[in-house]
Design a protein around this ligand. Structure first.
Ligand SMILES: [Fe+2]
Ligand SMILES: [Fe+2]
Length: 398
């Protein structure tokens, strides 16, 4: 729900008792998105654990709809007359957050975060699901998978309605996935760099597209760990950065015309990408290096640089590989002809069915992503509706 402060009043977290089933709904205000998120229905206790989570996220206030003002007043009076003070741990937690807030001024990174306004409904739902502390990991996975499915389906349907419709559809998909990419990247320590890259010119488009597609595939598989999604994004964005150390003459020639020496020179970019990130001042999770190091390893062992095979290749590396392949097919780098997203999906699908073809990615993983897109939509849609319904009923009094 978009923020309308006139309809809500703030309540200090300290004035609530974690164990009490307060007779009013409680909302969190997400400043960066200018939005209220319902966190508790009337009568539900907040719970000590949740209470502490809220404080850890530096929310010292929760919000209550104006039409619950009287109810809140009598609740406050009840707490005063019964003399029930917040438990000691909560007092300490509140104090810690207050001290931290007074020391900390908003850094540019925080300001950049504040400016991130989600535009598409799909991205909004992804963000809400990731941030919703009420949803179980399974529910989150269902909601996220369903959203990714919608986008992937939209991608898939951009086919026969003519060039203008195709362009418009691709643009729309790009906007949605771009926003989802930003949500995934928010948990990264190089968020600002990603914003800068995203706004820069065409040469970075491949990285951004690979990132968005990899995150979409991850969501389709039900990945809900925001840190893993952030690392998948970071690895996707920087997977080819090592190309800057490859002789320019090689890259200016089409791949189909490369000599053996050219190919060897090109293959150096994998190690170079890892080296460049290691040389930087930024700290990356080890799995970022692994994803990049393995982004050209093929499931059947025919890839490079280490000719790894089968399960020796991490699943997240395979997702990055698959996203990379998808973009290479769409941009003609793989076959010499630009494929539409639908044709790229068909191409990959045919590839995994063909026993004689090079198996770049575990066929079972491809099947899981594709099968989800084709057959499990009903269950996911149902879960999405239930989640939306719950949010709606929690906010109908506002
Ligand atoms: Fe690469
Ligand atoms: Fe690439």
């Amino acid at each position: 729900m978009k923020a309308d402060p006139a309809k809500m009043f703030p309540v200090s977290v300290k004035k609530l008792k974690a164990e009490d089933g307060a007779p009013f709904p409680l909302f969190l205000f997400l400043k960066k998105n200018n939005k209220f998120i319902p966190i508790r229905l009337p009568g539900d206790p907040l719970g000590l654990e949740k209470y502490q989570q809220i404080l850890e996220k530096n929310h010292l206030e929760l919000w209550v709809p104006n039409n619950f003002q009287e109810v809140f007043a009598s609740y406050a009076e009840y707490l005063t007359t019964t003399g029930q003070d917040p438990v000691e741990e909560i007092e300490k937690a509140v104090q810690k957050v207050e001290e931290k807030n007074s020391e900390q001024k908003l850094s540019p990174t925080n300001e950049a975060l504040e400016e991130t306004i989600v535009k598409s409904e799909e991205a909004e739902l992804v963000r809400d699901a990731i941030e919703d502390e009420e949803l179980t990991p399974e529910e989150k996975a269902q909601v996220l998978s369903s959203v990714s499915q919608d986008v992937l389906r939209a991608l898939n349907q951009i086919t026969t309605r003519g060039e203008a419709a195709r362009k418009e559809g691709l643009q729309r998909c790009k906007e949605i996935t771009d926003e989802i990419l930003m949500i995934a990247a928010q948990d990264s320590n190089i968020y600002e760099e990603i914003i800068a890259l995203r706004n820069s010119q065409e040469e970075i488009e491949h990285s951004v597209l690979v990132g968005t597609v990899a995150v979409m595939f991850g969501l389709a598989l039900g990945y809900t760990d925001d840190k893993l999604l952030a690392d998948l994004t970071v690895a996707s964005i920087f997977h080819d950065i090592g190309l800057v150390r490859v002789k320019p003459g090689v890259l200016s020639r089409p791949e189909q015309k490369w000599s053996t020496e050219d190919r060897t020179e090109y293959e150096k970019h994998v190690d170079a990408s890892v080296a460049i990130l290691k040389e930087s001042d930024t700290e990356f999770h080890p799995r970022v290096f692994r994803m990049i190091a393995e982004h050209h390893e093929n499931y059947d062992g025919s890839g490079f640089p280490k000719s790894l095979k089968g399960t020796a290749i991490d699943e997240s590396s395979a997702l990055l590989h698959l996203a990379n392949l998808f973009d290479r097919l769409c941009t003609g780098k793989q076959t010499g002809t630009d494929l539409s997203p639908k044709d790229a999906f068909d191409y990959i699908y045919d590839l995994v069915q063909d026993a004689d073809a090079v198996q770049e990615v575990n066929p079972e993983l491809v099947q899981r992503i594709f099968q989800f897109m084709l057959t499990e939509k009903d269950a996911a849609d149902q879960m999405k509706e239930q989640a939306a319904e719950r949010v709606k009923s929690a906010s109908k009094n506002v």
